[in-house]
Design a protein around this ligand. Structure first.
Ligand code: FDA
Length: 497
Protein backbone atom coordinates (compact mmCIF):
# COMPACT_ATOMS: atom_id res chain seq x y z
CA UNK A 1 0.00 0.00 0.00
CA UNK A 2 1.31 3.49 -0.93
CA UNK A 3 5.04 3.14 -1.43
CA UNK A 4 5.18 -0.64 -1.04
CA UNK A 5 7.58 -2.33 -3.41
CA UNK A 6 7.52 -5.89 -4.78
CA UNK A 7 9.96 -7.63 -7.14
CA UNK A 8 7.21 -9.35 -9.14
CA UNK A 9 3.52 -8.58 -9.37
CA UNK A 10 1.06 -10.91 -11.10
CA UNK A 11 -2.32 -9.55 -12.27
CA UNK A 12 -4.83 -12.43 -11.99
CA UNK A 13 -4.69 -15.92 -10.48
CA UNK A 14 -5.79 -18.21 -13.34
CA UNK A 15 -3.56 -20.69 -15.17
CA UNK A 16 -0.95 -18.28 -16.54
CA UNK A 17 -0.71 -16.33 -13.30
CA UNK A 18 -0.42 -19.44 -11.12
CA UNK A 19 2.39 -20.91 -13.22
CA UNK A 20 4.29 -17.61 -13.15
CA UNK A 21 3.88 -17.23 -9.38
CA UNK A 22 5.02 -20.77 -8.58
CA UNK A 23 8.06 -20.79 -10.83
CA UNK A 24 9.20 -17.28 -9.83
CA UNK A 25 8.84 -18.19 -6.14
CA UNK A 26 10.80 -21.41 -6.66
CA UNK A 27 13.54 -19.30 -8.26
CA UNK A 28 13.70 -17.21 -5.08
CA UNK A 29 11.61 -14.22 -6.19
CA UNK A 30 8.93 -12.80 -3.89
CA UNK A 31 5.63 -12.55 -5.76
CA UNK A 32 2.47 -10.60 -5.09
CA UNK A 33 -0.71 -11.74 -6.87
CA UNK A 34 -3.64 -9.37 -7.35
CA UNK A 35 -7.07 -10.96 -7.98
CA UNK A 36 -10.31 -9.05 -8.46
CA UNK A 37 -12.49 -12.00 -7.45
CA UNK A 38 -12.96 -13.56 -4.05
CA UNK A 39 -10.74 -16.08 -2.25
CA UNK A 40 -13.44 -18.80 -2.23
CA UNK A 41 -12.18 -20.29 1.03
CA UNK A 42 -15.12 -19.57 3.33
CA UNK A 43 -18.43 -21.48 3.50
CA UNK A 44 -21.73 -19.61 3.05
CA UNK A 45 -24.77 -19.96 5.34
CA UNK A 46 -25.51 -23.45 3.90
CA UNK A 47 -22.07 -24.67 5.02
CA UNK A 48 -20.82 -24.85 1.44
CA UNK A 49 -18.33 -22.66 -0.36
CA UNK A 50 -19.96 -22.99 -3.78
CA UNK A 51 -23.59 -22.94 -4.97
CA UNK A 52 -25.15 -25.83 -6.93
CA UNK A 53 -25.65 -25.43 -10.69
CA UNK A 54 -29.40 -25.97 -10.32
CA UNK A 55 -29.77 -23.42 -7.49
CA UNK A 56 -27.81 -20.28 -8.35
CA UNK A 57 -27.64 -17.70 -5.57
CA UNK A 58 -25.61 -14.63 -4.57
CA UNK A 59 -22.37 -16.63 -5.01
CA UNK A 60 -23.02 -17.56 -8.63
CA UNK A 61 -22.54 -14.44 -10.77
CA UNK A 62 -20.05 -11.60 -11.01
CA UNK A 63 -21.93 -8.36 -10.22
CA UNK A 64 -25.22 -9.20 -11.94
CA UNK A 65 -28.74 -8.91 -10.55
CA UNK A 66 -30.09 -11.69 -12.75
CA UNK A 67 -28.49 -15.01 -13.64
CA UNK A 68 -27.36 -15.52 -17.25
CA UNK A 69 -27.09 -19.29 -17.60
CA UNK A 70 -25.53 -20.68 -20.81
CA UNK A 71 -28.65 -22.82 -21.23
CA UNK A 72 -31.37 -20.24 -20.79
CA UNK A 73 -34.50 -22.33 -21.34
CA UNK A 74 -35.80 -25.84 -20.84
CA UNK A 75 -39.01 -27.34 -22.27
CA UNK A 76 -40.34 -23.87 -22.97
CA UNK A 77 -39.52 -22.35 -19.59
CA UNK A 78 -36.94 -19.61 -19.04
CA UNK A 79 -34.46 -20.60 -16.33
CA UNK A 80 -32.85 -17.31 -15.31
CA UNK A 81 -33.80 -15.65 -12.03
CA UNK A 82 -32.96 -12.65 -9.87
CA UNK A 83 -29.95 -12.83 -7.55
CA UNK A 84 -28.35 -10.24 -5.26
CA UNK A 85 -25.49 -8.31 -6.85
CA UNK A 86 -22.31 -9.86 -5.52
CA UNK A 87 -18.72 -10.57 -6.49
CA UNK A 88 -19.78 -14.09 -7.48
CA UNK A 89 -17.80 -16.76 -9.26
CA UNK A 90 -18.99 -16.72 -12.90
CA UNK A 91 -18.78 -13.66 -15.10
CA UNK A 92 -21.14 -13.62 -18.07
CA UNK A 93 -19.46 -10.64 -19.69
CA UNK A 94 -21.51 -9.15 -22.53
CA UNK A 95 -19.13 -7.91 -25.22
CA UNK A 96 -21.52 -6.74 -27.95
CA UNK A 97 -21.86 -9.72 -30.29
CA UNK A 98 -20.87 -12.40 -27.76
CA UNK A 99 -21.22 -13.36 -24.10
CA UNK A 100 -17.81 -14.36 -22.73
CA UNK A 101 -18.01 -16.64 -19.67
CA UNK A 102 -15.08 -16.41 -17.26
CA UNK A 103 -14.22 -17.51 -13.73
CA UNK A 104 -13.72 -14.86 -11.04
CA UNK A 105 -11.73 -15.56 -7.90
CA UNK A 106 -8.48 -17.05 -6.71
CA UNK A 107 -7.98 -19.80 -9.27
CA UNK A 108 -9.60 -17.97 -12.22
CA UNK A 109 -11.29 -20.23 -14.75
CA UNK A 110 -10.28 -23.36 -12.84
CA UNK A 111 -13.03 -22.55 -10.33
CA UNK A 112 -15.88 -22.87 -12.83
CA UNK A 113 -14.65 -24.98 -15.71
CA UNK A 114 -15.28 -28.62 -16.56
CA UNK A 115 -11.67 -29.54 -15.89
CA UNK A 116 -11.30 -31.10 -19.36
CA UNK A 117 -7.55 -31.17 -19.78
CA UNK A 118 -6.78 -31.79 -23.43
CA UNK A 119 -3.43 -31.65 -25.19
CA UNK A 120 -3.91 -30.78 -28.87
CA UNK A 121 -3.01 -33.45 -31.38
CA UNK A 122 0.57 -32.89 -32.40
CA UNK A 123 -0.27 -32.48 -36.07
CA UNK A 124 -2.55 -29.54 -35.18
CA UNK A 125 -0.03 -27.66 -33.02
CA UNK A 126 1.63 -25.63 -35.79
CA UNK A 127 -1.71 -23.95 -36.46
CA UNK A 128 -2.24 -23.25 -32.74
CA UNK A 129 1.09 -21.54 -31.93
CA UNK A 130 3.07 -21.16 -35.18
CA UNK A 131 6.15 -19.52 -33.61
CA UNK A 132 6.67 -22.14 -30.89
CA UNK A 133 8.95 -25.19 -31.18
CA UNK A 134 6.51 -28.12 -31.11
CA UNK A 135 9.19 -30.68 -30.29
CA UNK A 136 10.07 -28.81 -27.08
CA UNK A 137 6.40 -28.39 -26.12
CA UNK A 138 5.54 -32.07 -26.48
CA UNK A 139 8.78 -33.26 -24.89
CA UNK A 140 8.92 -30.90 -21.92
CA UNK A 141 6.16 -28.37 -21.37
CA UNK A 142 2.96 -30.32 -22.08
CA UNK A 143 4.13 -33.14 -19.77
CA UNK A 144 5.09 -30.56 -17.11
CA UNK A 145 1.69 -28.88 -17.36
CA UNK A 146 -0.23 -32.16 -17.23
CA UNK A 147 1.74 -33.22 -14.14
CA UNK A 148 1.31 -29.86 -12.40
CA UNK A 149 -2.44 -29.82 -13.08
CA UNK A 150 -3.01 -33.44 -11.98
CA UNK A 151 -4.54 -34.66 -15.24
CA UNK A 152 -5.89 -38.21 -15.65
CA UNK A 153 -8.55 -40.16 -17.54
CA UNK A 154 -11.64 -42.06 -16.37
CA UNK A 155 -11.10 -45.80 -15.76
CA UNK A 156 -12.56 -47.29 -18.97
CA UNK A 157 -13.88 -50.36 -17.13
CA UNK A 158 -15.75 -48.24 -14.57
CA UNK A 159 -17.04 -46.03 -17.40
CA UNK A 160 -18.80 -49.01 -18.99
CA UNK A 161 -21.05 -49.60 -16.00
CA UNK A 162 -21.32 -46.20 -14.27
CA UNK A 163 -24.92 -44.99 -14.19
CA UNK A 164 -23.72 -41.37 -14.29
CA UNK A 165 -22.09 -41.88 -17.71
CA UNK A 166 -25.02 -43.43 -19.53
CA UNK A 167 -25.29 -40.12 -21.42
CA UNK A 168 -21.70 -40.52 -22.60
CA UNK A 169 -22.23 -44.14 -23.65
CA UNK A 170 -25.30 -43.10 -25.65
CA UNK A 171 -23.15 -40.32 -27.17
CA UNK A 172 -20.50 -42.89 -28.07
CA UNK A 173 -23.02 -45.25 -29.66
CA UNK A 174 -24.45 -42.50 -31.84
CA UNK A 175 -20.99 -41.23 -32.82
CA UNK A 176 -19.70 -44.66 -33.77
CA UNK A 177 -22.82 -45.67 -35.71
CA UNK A 178 -22.17 -42.61 -37.90
CA UNK A 179 -18.50 -43.49 -38.29
CA UNK A 180 -16.98 -40.79 -36.05
CA UNK A 181 -14.00 -41.48 -33.77
CA UNK A 182 -15.00 -41.47 -30.08
CA UNK A 183 -12.28 -40.44 -27.64
CA UNK A 184 -11.91 -40.35 -23.87
CA UNK A 185 -11.00 -36.87 -22.68
CA UNK A 186 -8.65 -36.41 -19.69
CA UNK A 187 -9.75 -34.21 -16.80
CA UNK A 188 -8.41 -32.77 -13.54
CA UNK A 189 -11.33 -34.21 -11.57
CA UNK A 190 -10.28 -36.88 -9.06
CA UNK A 191 -11.74 -40.02 -10.66
CA UNK A 192 -11.31 -42.09 -7.49
CA UNK A 193 -13.38 -39.51 -5.67
CA UNK A 194 -16.08 -39.75 -8.35
CA UNK A 195 -16.19 -43.53 -8.00
CA UNK A 196 -16.68 -43.05 -4.27
CA UNK A 197 -19.46 -40.54 -4.98
CA UNK A 198 -21.17 -43.20 -7.08
CA UNK A 199 -20.70 -45.72 -4.27
CA UNK A 200 -22.28 -43.26 -1.82
CA UNK A 201 -19.30 -43.12 0.54
CA UNK A 202 -18.35 -39.42 0.20
CA UNK A 203 -20.25 -36.12 -0.24
CA UNK A 204 -21.32 -35.74 -3.88
CA UNK A 205 -20.03 -32.98 -6.13
CA UNK A 206 -19.85 -34.06 -9.82
CA UNK A 207 -22.74 -36.42 -9.13
CA UNK A 208 -24.71 -33.63 -7.43
CA UNK A 209 -24.46 -31.55 -10.60
CA UNK A 210 -21.88 -29.10 -9.25
CA UNK A 211 -19.70 -27.42 -11.88
CA UNK A 212 -20.56 -23.98 -13.27
CA UNK A 213 -20.62 -22.18 -9.91
CA UNK A 214 -17.81 -24.24 -8.35
CA UNK A 215 -17.22 -27.79 -7.10
CA UNK A 216 -17.25 -28.33 -3.33
CA UNK A 217 -15.15 -31.50 -3.72
CA UNK A 218 -13.41 -33.67 -6.27
CA UNK A 219 -12.08 -31.10 -8.71
CA UNK A 220 -8.38 -30.26 -8.63
CA UNK A 221 -8.75 -26.55 -9.26
CA UNK A 222 -5.61 -24.36 -9.22
CA UNK A 223 -6.27 -23.73 -5.51
CA UNK A 224 -5.36 -27.39 -4.95
CA UNK A 225 -2.44 -27.62 -7.40
CA UNK A 226 -0.25 -24.75 -8.62
CA UNK A 227 -1.51 -22.20 -6.08
CA UNK A 228 -1.13 -24.59 -3.13
CA UNK A 229 2.44 -25.30 -4.20
CA UNK A 230 3.07 -21.59 -4.64
CA UNK A 231 1.75 -20.83 -1.13
CA UNK A 232 4.00 -23.57 0.30
CA UNK A 233 7.09 -21.71 -0.90
CA UNK A 234 6.32 -18.91 1.57
CA UNK A 235 7.17 -16.35 -1.13
CA UNK A 236 3.73 -15.74 -2.63
CA UNK A 237 1.02 -13.47 -1.24
CA UNK A 238 -2.43 -13.03 -2.79
CA UNK A 239 -4.77 -10.04 -2.51
CA UNK A 240 -8.31 -11.08 -3.47
CA UNK A 241 -11.01 -8.47 -4.16
CA UNK A 242 -8.42 -6.11 -5.66
CA UNK A 243 -8.81 -4.99 -9.27
CA UNK A 244 -5.79 -3.64 -11.15
CA UNK A 245 -6.66 -0.44 -13.01
CA UNK A 246 -3.29 0.84 -14.22
CA UNK A 247 0.32 -0.15 -14.77
CA UNK A 248 2.55 2.87 -15.48
CA UNK A 249 6.32 3.34 -15.74
CA UNK A 250 7.57 4.54 -12.32
CA UNK A 251 9.94 7.55 -12.21
CA UNK A 252 12.67 5.61 -10.40
CA UNK A 253 12.33 2.46 -12.53
CA UNK A 254 9.88 -0.42 -12.46
CA UNK A 255 6.13 0.13 -12.68
CA UNK A 256 3.47 1.73 -10.50
CA UNK A 257 0.50 -0.60 -10.28
CA UNK A 258 -2.77 1.05 -9.27
CA UNK A 259 -5.67 -0.98 -7.95
CA UNK A 260 -9.12 -0.72 -6.40
CA UNK A 261 -10.19 -2.74 -3.39
CA UNK A 262 -13.73 -4.06 -3.84
CA UNK A 263 -16.52 -4.80 -1.37
CA UNK A 264 -18.60 -7.90 -2.15
CA UNK A 265 -21.33 -5.69 -3.66
CA UNK A 266 -18.76 -4.36 -6.13
CA UNK A 267 -18.31 -0.95 -4.47
CA UNK A 268 -14.78 0.43 -4.44
CA UNK A 269 -13.68 0.78 -0.81
CA UNK A 270 -10.06 1.88 -1.30
CA UNK A 271 -7.59 2.88 -3.99
CA UNK A 272 -4.01 1.66 -3.59
CA UNK A 273 -0.75 1.45 -5.46
CA UNK A 274 2.48 -0.52 -5.29
CA UNK A 275 5.71 -0.41 -7.25
CA UNK A 276 6.87 -3.59 -8.98
CA UNK A 277 10.11 -4.34 -10.83
CA UNK A 278 8.23 -6.74 -13.12
CA UNK A 279 4.54 -7.08 -13.91
CA UNK A 280 2.96 -10.22 -15.37
CA UNK A 281 -0.39 -9.71 -17.09
CA UNK A 282 -2.46 -12.83 -16.34
CA UNK A 283 -5.96 -11.36 -16.17
CA UNK A 284 -7.20 -13.76 -18.87
CA UNK A 285 -7.62 -13.05 -22.59
CA UNK A 286 -10.31 -10.42 -22.03
CA UNK A 287 -8.91 -8.96 -18.80
CA UNK A 288 -5.36 -8.58 -20.10
CA UNK A 289 -6.52 -7.24 -23.48
CA UNK A 290 -8.82 -4.67 -21.89
CA UNK A 291 -6.03 -3.38 -19.63
CA UNK A 292 -3.39 -3.21 -22.37
CA UNK A 293 -5.65 -1.62 -25.00
CA UNK A 294 -6.68 1.12 -22.57
CA UNK A 295 -3.15 1.73 -21.26
CA UNK A 296 -1.83 2.05 -24.82
CA UNK A 297 -4.68 4.25 -26.09
CA UNK A 298 -4.50 6.62 -23.12
CA UNK A 299 -0.73 7.04 -23.45
CA UNK A 300 0.16 5.32 -20.16
CA UNK A 301 2.19 2.62 -21.95
CA UNK A 302 3.03 4.36 -25.24
CA UNK A 303 5.65 1.82 -26.28
CA UNK A 304 3.14 -1.01 -26.83
CA UNK A 305 2.82 -1.91 -30.52
CA UNK A 306 -0.17 -1.98 -32.84
CA UNK A 307 -0.78 -5.70 -32.35
CA UNK A 308 -2.27 -5.00 -28.91
CA UNK A 309 -5.97 -5.97 -28.92
CA UNK A 310 -5.76 -8.02 -32.13
CA UNK A 311 -6.16 -11.71 -32.92
CA UNK A 312 -9.02 -12.53 -30.56
CA UNK A 313 -11.04 -15.70 -31.11
CA UNK A 314 -13.65 -17.76 -29.25
CA UNK A 315 -12.12 -21.18 -29.92
CA UNK A 316 -15.06 -21.83 -32.24
CA UNK A 317 -17.38 -22.71 -29.33
CA UNK A 318 -20.93 -23.66 -30.25
CA UNK A 319 -23.47 -25.69 -28.28
CA UNK A 320 -26.37 -27.86 -29.37
CA UNK A 321 -28.71 -30.55 -28.13
CA UNK A 322 -30.30 -33.54 -29.88
CA UNK A 323 -33.61 -35.12 -28.99
CA UNK A 324 -33.20 -38.87 -28.69
CA UNK A 325 -35.84 -41.58 -29.07
CA UNK A 326 -37.59 -42.93 -25.95
CA UNK A 327 -35.49 -46.11 -26.21
CA UNK A 328 -32.28 -44.06 -25.83
CA UNK A 329 -32.55 -42.46 -22.38
CA UNK A 330 -29.45 -40.54 -21.31
CA UNK A 331 -30.08 -41.07 -17.60
CA UNK A 332 -31.40 -38.89 -14.82
CA UNK A 333 -28.11 -39.11 -12.93
CA UNK A 334 -25.41 -37.40 -15.03
CA UNK A 335 -21.88 -36.62 -13.89
CA UNK A 336 -21.32 -32.92 -14.46
CA UNK A 337 -17.75 -33.70 -15.51
CA UNK A 338 -17.53 -34.64 -19.21
CA UNK A 339 -15.16 -37.51 -19.98
CA UNK A 340 -15.46 -38.03 -23.73
CA UNK A 341 -15.76 -36.45 -27.12
CA UNK A 342 -16.18 -36.87 -30.86
CA UNK A 343 -13.14 -35.98 -32.95
CA UNK A 344 -14.02 -34.80 -36.44
CA UNK A 345 -11.33 -32.08 -36.56
CA UNK A 346 -9.43 -33.33 -39.59
CA UNK A 347 -12.48 -34.03 -41.75
CA UNK A 348 -14.97 -31.41 -40.54
CA UNK A 349 -13.16 -28.87 -38.33
CA UNK A 350 -15.06 -29.85 -35.17
CA UNK A 351 -14.22 -31.54 -31.87
CA UNK A 352 -17.37 -32.09 -29.79
CA UNK A 353 -17.50 -32.73 -26.06
CA UNK A 354 -20.27 -35.07 -25.06
CA UNK A 355 -21.61 -32.84 -22.31
CA UNK A 356 -24.03 -33.50 -19.45
CA UNK A 357 -27.45 -32.00 -18.88
CA UNK A 358 -27.52 -32.59 -15.12
CA UNK A 359 -31.16 -31.69 -14.50
CA UNK A 360 -31.94 -34.62 -12.19
CA UNK A 361 -34.68 -35.85 -14.54
CA UNK A 362 -34.67 -37.97 -17.70
CA UNK A 363 -34.47 -35.56 -20.64
CA UNK A 364 -33.91 -37.96 -23.56
CA UNK A 365 -31.45 -35.31 -24.76
CA UNK A 366 -27.85 -35.48 -25.86
CA UNK A 367 -25.95 -32.25 -25.31
CA UNK A 368 -22.67 -31.13 -26.91
CA UNK A 369 -20.15 -28.31 -26.71
CA UNK A 370 -18.22 -28.21 -29.98
CA UNK A 371 -14.85 -26.60 -30.47
CA UNK A 372 -14.49 -25.67 -34.13
CA UNK A 373 -11.95 -24.22 -36.51
CA UNK A 374 -13.78 -20.91 -36.88
CA UNK A 375 -11.33 -18.64 -38.77
CA UNK A 376 -12.95 -15.35 -37.67
CA UNK A 377 -10.94 -13.06 -35.39
CA UNK A 378 -12.03 -9.92 -33.56
CA UNK A 379 -10.24 -6.89 -32.20
CA UNK A 380 -10.48 -4.93 -28.94
CA UNK A 381 -10.43 -1.14 -29.25
CA UNK A 382 -10.69 1.86 -26.95
CA UNK A 383 -13.86 3.95 -27.07
CA UNK A 384 -12.83 7.30 -25.62
CA UNK A 385 -16.42 8.56 -25.53
CA UNK A 386 -17.65 5.77 -23.26
CA UNK A 387 -14.34 5.17 -21.53
CA UNK A 388 -14.63 1.46 -22.32
CA UNK A 389 -12.78 -1.16 -24.30
CA UNK A 390 -15.01 -2.77 -26.93
CA UNK A 391 -14.76 -5.98 -28.93
CA UNK A 392 -15.99 -5.99 -32.56
CA UNK A 393 -17.12 -9.65 -32.66
CA UNK A 394 -20.32 -10.14 -34.70
CA UNK A 395 -22.86 -12.85 -33.87
CA UNK A 396 -22.94 -13.84 -37.56
CA UNK A 397 -19.24 -14.75 -37.34
CA UNK A 398 -20.30 -17.99 -35.65
CA UNK A 399 -21.75 -19.36 -38.89
CA UNK A 400 -18.57 -21.31 -39.75
CA UNK A 401 -18.73 -22.91 -36.28
CA UNK A 402 -22.33 -23.96 -36.81
CA UNK A 403 -21.47 -25.37 -40.25
CA UNK A 404 -18.55 -27.36 -38.81
CA UNK A 405 -20.59 -28.71 -35.88
CA UNK A 406 -23.24 -29.78 -38.41
CA UNK A 407 -20.67 -32.06 -40.09
CA UNK A 408 -21.10 -34.22 -36.99
CA UNK A 409 -24.69 -33.75 -35.84
CA UNK A 410 -26.57 -33.56 -39.15
CA UNK A 411 -25.07 -36.96 -39.95
CA UNK A 412 -25.90 -38.43 -36.54
CA UNK A 413 -29.47 -37.11 -36.74
CA UNK A 414 -29.90 -38.57 -40.23
CA UNK A 415 -28.55 -41.94 -39.12
CA UNK A 416 -30.56 -42.07 -35.89
CA UNK A 417 -33.74 -40.51 -37.27
CA UNK A 418 -33.56 -37.79 -34.61
CA UNK A 419 -33.80 -33.99 -34.55
CA UNK A 420 -32.11 -31.06 -32.84
CA UNK A 421 -33.53 -29.72 -29.56
CA UNK A 422 -34.93 -26.24 -30.10
CA UNK A 423 -35.79 -25.37 -26.49
CA UNK A 424 -32.40 -24.86 -24.80
CA UNK A 425 -31.25 -21.42 -25.94
CA UNK A 426 -34.63 -19.70 -26.28
CA UNK A 427 -37.66 -20.72 -28.34
CA UNK A 428 -37.02 -22.39 -31.67
CA UNK A 429 -33.26 -21.97 -31.51
CA UNK A 430 -30.99 -24.90 -32.29
CA UNK A 431 -27.53 -23.39 -31.81
CA UNK A 432 -25.96 -21.90 -28.72
CA UNK A 433 -23.90 -19.52 -30.86
CA UNK A 434 -24.15 -16.46 -28.61
CA UNK A 435 -21.34 -17.36 -26.21
CA UNK A 436 -17.88 -18.67 -25.57
CA UNK A 437 -16.22 -20.40 -22.63
CA UNK A 438 -12.80 -20.17 -24.30
CA UNK A 439 -11.70 -16.58 -25.00
CA UNK A 440 -8.20 -16.54 -26.51
CA UNK A 441 -5.89 -13.85 -27.90
CA UNK A 442 -5.71 -10.05 -27.78
CA UNK A 443 -1.97 -9.89 -27.02
CA UNK A 444 -0.70 -12.58 -29.35
CA UNK A 445 2.68 -14.25 -28.88
CA UNK A 446 5.40 -13.12 -31.26
CA UNK A 447 3.23 -10.20 -32.40
CA UNK A 448 2.14 -8.05 -29.43
CA UNK A 449 4.99 -9.63 -27.45
CA UNK A 450 8.24 -11.31 -28.36
CA UNK A 451 8.29 -15.10 -28.68
CA UNK A 452 8.29 -15.49 -24.86
CA UNK A 453 5.59 -13.01 -23.81
CA UNK A 454 7.76 -9.92 -23.24
CA UNK A 455 5.71 -6.86 -24.21
CA UNK A 456 7.40 -4.62 -26.75
CA UNK A 457 8.52 -1.16 -25.67
CA UNK A 458 8.40 -1.68 -21.89
CA UNK A 459 11.05 -3.98 -20.40
CA UNK A 460 9.79 -5.87 -17.37
CA UNK A 461 6.19 -6.21 -18.61
CA UNK A 462 5.00 -9.67 -19.65
CA UNK A 463 1.83 -11.37 -20.87
CA UNK A 464 1.52 -14.95 -19.60
CA UNK A 465 -2.12 -16.04 -20.07
CA UNK A 466 -4.64 -16.99 -22.76
CA UNK A 467 -4.22 -13.56 -24.40
CA UNK A 468 -1.05 -14.94 -26.02
CA UNK A 469 -2.87 -17.62 -28.02
CA UNK A 470 -4.23 -16.49 -31.40
CA UNK A 471 -7.86 -17.46 -31.04
CA UNK A 472 -7.99 -21.25 -31.24
CA UNK A 473 -6.36 -24.32 -29.68
CA UNK A 474 -8.33 -27.06 -31.55
CA UNK A 475 -9.33 -28.52 -28.15
CA UNK A 476 -10.14 -27.11 -24.69
CA UNK A 477 -7.50 -24.50 -23.94
CA UNK A 478 -6.19 -24.59 -20.37
CA UNK A 479 -3.51 -27.27 -20.81
CA UNK A 480 -2.04 -25.25 -23.68
CA UNK A 481 -2.23 -22.00 -21.67
CA UNK A 482 -0.45 -23.77 -18.79
CA UNK A 483 2.21 -25.39 -20.98
CA UNK A 484 2.97 -22.14 -22.81
CA UNK A 485 3.26 -20.33 -19.46
CA UNK A 486 5.69 -23.03 -18.25
CA UNK A 487 7.78 -22.57 -21.39
CA UNK A 488 7.83 -18.77 -21.22
CA UNK A 489 8.50 -18.39 -17.50
CA UNK A 490 11.43 -20.82 -17.70
CA UNK A 491 13.04 -18.61 -20.36
CA UNK A 492 12.23 -15.39 -18.49
CA UNK A 493 13.72 -16.70 -15.23
CA UNK A 494 16.84 -17.90 -17.03
CA UNK A 495 17.51 -14.70 -18.97
CA UNK A 496 15.75 -11.70 -17.38
CA UNK A 497 16.23 -12.09 -13.62
P1 FDA B 1 -8.23 -16.95 -16.22
O1 FDA B 1 -9.48 -16.38 -16.81
O2 FDA B 1 -8.27 -18.34 -15.73
O3 FDA B 1 -7.76 -16.04 -15.00
C1 FDA B 1 -7.74 -14.65 -15.05
C2 FDA B 1 -7.98 -14.11 -13.64
O4 FDA B 1 -7.68 -12.71 -13.62
C3 FDA B 1 -9.42 -14.24 -13.16
O5 FDA B 1 -9.43 -14.86 -11.89
C4 FDA B 1 -9.91 -12.79 -13.10
O6 FDA B 1 -10.86 -12.57 -12.06
C5 FDA B 1 -8.64 -12.02 -12.86
N1 FDA B 1 -8.68 -10.64 -13.32
C6 FDA B 1 -9.19 -10.17 -14.50
N2 FDA B 1 -9.00 -8.84 -14.60
C7 FDA B 1 -8.38 -8.45 -13.47
C8 FDA B 1 -7.92 -7.20 -12.99
N3 FDA B 1 -8.06 -6.06 -13.71
N4 FDA B 1 -7.33 -7.14 -11.77
C9 FDA B 1 -7.18 -8.27 -11.03
N5 FDA B 1 -7.60 -9.50 -11.44
C10 FDA B 1 -8.18 -9.58 -12.66
N6 FDA B 1 -10.95 -24.94 -20.48
C11 FDA B 1 -10.48 -26.21 -20.59
O7 FDA B 1 -9.33 -26.42 -20.99
N7 FDA B 1 -11.28 -27.27 -20.24
C12 FDA B 1 -12.56 -27.10 -19.79
O8 FDA B 1 -13.25 -28.07 -19.44
C13 FDA B 1 -13.07 -25.77 -19.71
N8 FDA B 1 -14.36 -25.54 -19.35
C14 FDA B 1 -14.79 -24.24 -19.12
C15 FDA B 1 -16.06 -24.02 -18.61
C16 FDA B 1 -16.47 -22.71 -18.30
C17 FDA B 1 -17.84 -22.45 -17.76
C18 FDA B 1 -15.57 -21.63 -18.51
C19 FDA B 1 -15.97 -20.20 -18.17
C20 FDA B 1 -14.31 -21.86 -19.02
C21 FDA B 1 -13.91 -23.16 -19.34
N9 FDA B 1 -12.65 -23.41 -19.84
C22 FDA B 1 -12.22 -24.70 -20.01
C23 FDA B 1 -11.72 -22.30 -20.21
C24 FDA B 1 -10.60 -22.07 -19.18
O9 FDA B 1 -11.13 -21.99 -17.88
C25 FDA B 1 -9.86 -20.78 -19.56
O10 FDA B 1 -9.32 -20.95 -20.86
C26 FDA B 1 -8.73 -20.46 -18.60
O11 FDA B 1 -9.21 -20.29 -17.28
C27 FDA B 1 -7.98 -19.20 -19.02
O12 FDA B 1 -6.81 -19.09 -18.23
P2 FDA B 1 -6.07 -17.71 -18.06
O13 FDA B 1 -4.87 -17.95 -17.21
O14 FDA B 1 -5.86 -17.11 -19.40
O15 FDA B 1 -7.09 -16.73 -17.30
Amino acid sequence: DGGAHVPALVVGTGYGGSVAALRLAQAGVDVHMIEMGMAWDTPGPDGKIFANTTKPDYRSYWLRTRTKAPISNFLGFPLDKDVPRHTGILDAEEMGGIIVYQGRGVGGGSLVNGGMAVTPRRENFAAVLPSVDAEEMYRTYYPRANAGLGVSTVDPAWFETAECYQYARVGRKHAQRSGFPFVFVPDVYDWDYMEQEAAGTVPKSALAGEILYGNNAGKKSLQKTYLAQAAATGRVTVSPLHRVTSVAPAPAGGYTVAMEQLATDGAVTAVKSVTADRVFFAAGSVGTSKLLVRLKATGVLPGLNDEIGKGWGENGNVMCGRANHMWDPTGKLQSSIPCSGIDNWAAGGAFAEIAPLPTGIETYASFYLSITKNPNRAQFSWNAATGRVELNWQTAWKQPSVDMARTIFDKINAKEGTVYRTDLFGTNRVWGDHLTYHPLGGAVLNRATDNYGRLHGHPGLYVIDGALIPGNTSVNPFVTITALAERNIEKIIATDL
